[in-house]
Every structure is written in C-alpha cells, then in structure tokens.
Design a protein around this ligand. Structure first.
Ligand code: NAD
Length: 430
C-alpha cells in the first residue's frame, strides 16, 4: 500500500519525531536538524530538502501466464551539485515514491561524506521480486530502463543495484540502454565483471561495513576481533558483512532473512549456513542454531548489531531493549528518529548508514572511473582505495563528533550537508 506523498518540491518538516513517520519524513527530519545546527539560509534549506527531479512511470509487462500487469516505477534525482546523480535501483513491494525520495536524499549525503564526485539519486519498482520469474524480471527491468532512459546518462545519472536487484539486473539495464545509445558500460555500476564491472564491487558494501565496524569499534575501546555480531538480513550486504567480519575473527551470533532468523551464542558455522540457505532458499530452519524472529534478533545479547535489510526496524518501541553496545547501519534508514534519541540517551553508539554502507557507492565510483578510462584495476587496488576512503571518512566523523560533542549521525550529516551546500552555493544555485 503506497504511503501518501508530499507534492514534488514541497518542503516536508515534522518537528516532533514519531515511529509513524514515513521514510522521507524521517530522512528530512535528520536533514532539518542539521540545517538548524549549521544555520542554513531558508533558500538553501528548500533546495536541499526537496528533490531536483522526480520521474514516476508505469511499466506494463506481459507475465508468463499471458496476462499484462502494470507496475509503478520511480527515478528520483535529489541533488547534483557535486556531480552526476548516483544511486541504486530497488525492486521491493514498499518501494513507493516516499521511500525512493528518502533513499535519494540519503545518497546525496552519503556521496558527499565519502567524498566521491556524485550527487544523489535512487530508483525503485514496486514489486515482489521473489514472485517474479527470471523472464518477468528481465522484461520489467528492460521496460523500466527505457522509461527512465531520458534522464539517465554516464555524465547525468548512473544507477546501481540495491535491494531485490543484482549484477544481472545491471547487465539487462546496460544492454537495453546500449540498444538505443550504443555501447555504454558506464551507464550503470555493479555490472558483472565480464561486462566491465569492477573486481570487488559485489562485496564492496559489506567490505566497507566491516572496515567501518572494525575502525569504529577500536575508537570505542572495543576489541572488534573479540566481538559477537548479530546481523539482520542475509542478502548481498548481510552475507558479505558476515563473511568478511568472520575473516577478521568476529563471531557471527545471528543472521536472518525475510522469513526469520537463526541464533547460536557460540557462533554460527557460516559455510554450513550458506549451504543450507542455497538448498532451502532461506536461513530459517538451519539445524545448528535456535530460531528467532526478525524482531527478536534485534534484541539479542551481542556486542555489535548490524541491521542489513530494510528501514525503520529499530524504533521507539524496541530501542530500550537493544543489548548491543554499538549499532552499525548497513541498511539505509534502519533507525527511526525516536529510536535514535533513545539510543543516544543510553550511550549506544550508532554508526550511521551514510557512513557505514558507503563502500558500495565508493567501488561503484571506481567502476565508473574504470569504464570511462577503459582500463581495469586489480582487486588489490580496489580494496586499498576503498580502505583509504572508509578510513578517512570514519576518522572525520569521529573527529567532528568529538569536537562538537554530537552523535556520530549528527557529525556525519553536518560534514555532508556542509559539503553539498558549499558546492550548491559555488554553482550559484542559491
Ligand atoms: P538484498 O535484496 O540482497 O538482501 C536483502 C535481505 O533482507 C534479504 O536477506 C531479505 O530476505 C531480507 N529482507 C527483506 N525484507 C525483509 C524484512 N521485511 N525483514 C527482514 N529481512 C528482510 O539487498 P541488499 O543489497 O543486501 O540491501 C540490504 C540493505 O542494504 C538495504 O537497505 C539497501 O538499501 C542497503 N544497501 C545496499 C547496498 C548494495 O550495494 N547492495 C549499498 C548500500 C546500502
């Protein structure tokens, strides 16, 4: 069911946070608090609180059984002051205008914070990808690409994978775009390596999450290699976060997918779990652990909690019961503004999404650079460059938080919004 959305260009501001806020209201709540702290002029606030361009499209496709079904899709370009618009495409039932708008704005802040020369965008198709055949997914992707082809481009707007989409989806997008415009590998990132994708892109978001988690834990005087971690979501980001954190010596105590979770206080055997997931199409019913719900997973005893699925899961209702000492937001927007205040009051560090999951877009940037230069980097170069950027951004957020006495989220938003506002001013937007 679609949420009611504000008009395009309308400034949305909810001053008293509640768990009933929509994703866009929650994202703009954090922005307005930042604008207040920075003393942004009203015109600048209006430019940065709203999207630059919003495209909503109908996507009729023929289903395998012969019937035509009409899906809704969106491409939202939030702000392009620092470079071409950049952000993933989400296939999910909740991907409505409000959610995609929120995610587009978060991309602007994330790209500024990690300091890649991109603005922010996001796309979405409201569908249940698990119920679609490969053929239906391909037709949906190709038609959606055609519908948004007027506003994307290598120097204009570059999509990537997000929830419900993957390297194959990007290959179809690149092919559809190329049929009209000629061979254009830089039109999307997160492509298969054989088609010009970057080595290391598939695991980049999880790798960045782990780099940021290790760094942040040390900053909080925790020994990360001795930490027990619970992870919600076991898709691209959740899986790679688990696998790479385990390589660092962390114990993965619990993971989940949409069907539920699995918990073992002694640590899960990831290799066996992945085998089980491949056969059963879910992590649920894994024999070597105790079944937990997605809600229970968030409240398990652990050192570090990593939400890596959907937004709005840590709320005013459960924030009091979270036992982790640190939360690392691998998902976008998993903590509501109400929960954020509760956690801050309890001294639980929240490493914000725009920092923690920025590894994906960073390697997407490397992929785009390689495509433009028609040159391939070695995996080792990609990972070293990623480490440099994650370290610099994490250090700057901790330093700003220490200097200003603010939370890590506030510090991250302050740095990001300042950079975008400065670029917008230099360009003469306001
Ligand atoms: P994915 O589709 O590969 O995996 C999503 C996982 O979440 C799956 O395990 C799925 O079963 C689970 N899930 C779906 N709905 C759920 C629900 N209602 N409750 C609990 N679990 C649920 O997606 P992904 O690419 O891993 O993305 C996960 C999160 O990370 C999203 O918030 C996305 O925006 C964010 N993110 C992804 C990337 C990327 O490069 N893929 C980059 C930055 C941020």
């Amino acid at each position: 069911m679609a949420r009611t959305s504000a008009e395009a260009g309308e400034v949305v501001r909810v001053t008293e946070p509640s768990d009933e806020m929509t994703p866009f209201e929650a994202a703009t709540f954090f922005f307005h608090e930042t604008a207040d702290r920075l003393g942004l002029a009203d015109e600048m606030r209006q430019v940065l609180a709203t999207s630059y361009r919003e495209l909503a499209v109908q996507i009729p496709i023929r289903m395998d059984k012969g019937k035509i079904e009409v899906f809704r899709g969106f491409r939202i370009q939030h702000n392009g002051a620092r470079g071409p618009y950049k952000g993933g495409i989400r296939f999910h039932e909740s991907a409505d205008l409000d959610e995609v708008r929120a995610l587009a704005a978060l991309m602007t802040w994330k790209n500024a914070l990690i300091d890649v020369p991109f603005g922010g965008a996001k796309g979405g198709v409201q569908c249940e990808p698990g119920l679609l055949s490969e053929g239906e997914k391909e037709r949906l992707t190709r038609r959606f690409t055609t519908m948004i082809s007027y506003i994307i481009g290598v120097n204009r707007d570059i999509p990537a994978p997000d929830m419900g989409t993957n390297a194959q989806t990007m290959a179809w997008m690149m092919d559809s775009y190329g049929q009209k415009m000629g061979y254009t590998p830089g039109i999307v990132t997160g492509k298969p390596v054989e088609l010009g994708g970057s080595p290391g892109r598939e695991e980049a978001t999880g790798r960045g999450v782990v780099m940021c988690t290790m760094h942040s834990a040390r900053k909080r005087d925790m020994k990360p290699e001795e930490c027990g971690i619970a992870i919600q979501g076991f898709g691209n980001v959740g899986y790679w976060t688990a696998a790479l954190a385990a390589e660092e010596g962390c114990k993965i105590l619990a993971v989940s997918d949409v069907g539920g979770g699995i918990y073992n206080p002694k640590g899960l055997d990831l290799e066996a779990l992945v085998k089980h997931q491949r056969e059963a199409m879910s992590v649920t019913n894994f024999p070597d652990g105790e079944a937990v719900t997605n809600d229970e997973l968030l409240e398990l005893p652990c050192d570090i909690l990593i939400p890596a699925a959907i937004e709005g899961v840590i709320t005013g209702e459960n924030a009091d019961r979270i036992q982790a000492r640190m939360i690392v937001e691998a998902a976008n927007g998993p903590t509501t503004p109400v929960a954020d205040r509760v956690l801050s009051g309890r001294g639980i560090a929240v490493v914000p999404d725009i920092l923690a999951n920025a590894g994906g877009v960073t390697v997407s940037y490397f992929e785009w650079v390689q495509n433009i230069q028609q040159f391939r980097w070695e995996l080792d170069t990609v990972n070293k460059e990623l480490q440099k950027r994650m370290t610099t951004a994490t250090e700057s957020v901790f330093e700003r938080s220490r200097a200003d006495g603010t939370s890590l989220r506030d510090a991250a938003f302050d740095i990001a919004v300042e950079r975008v506002a400065h670029a917008a001013h230099l360009r003469g937007y306001v």
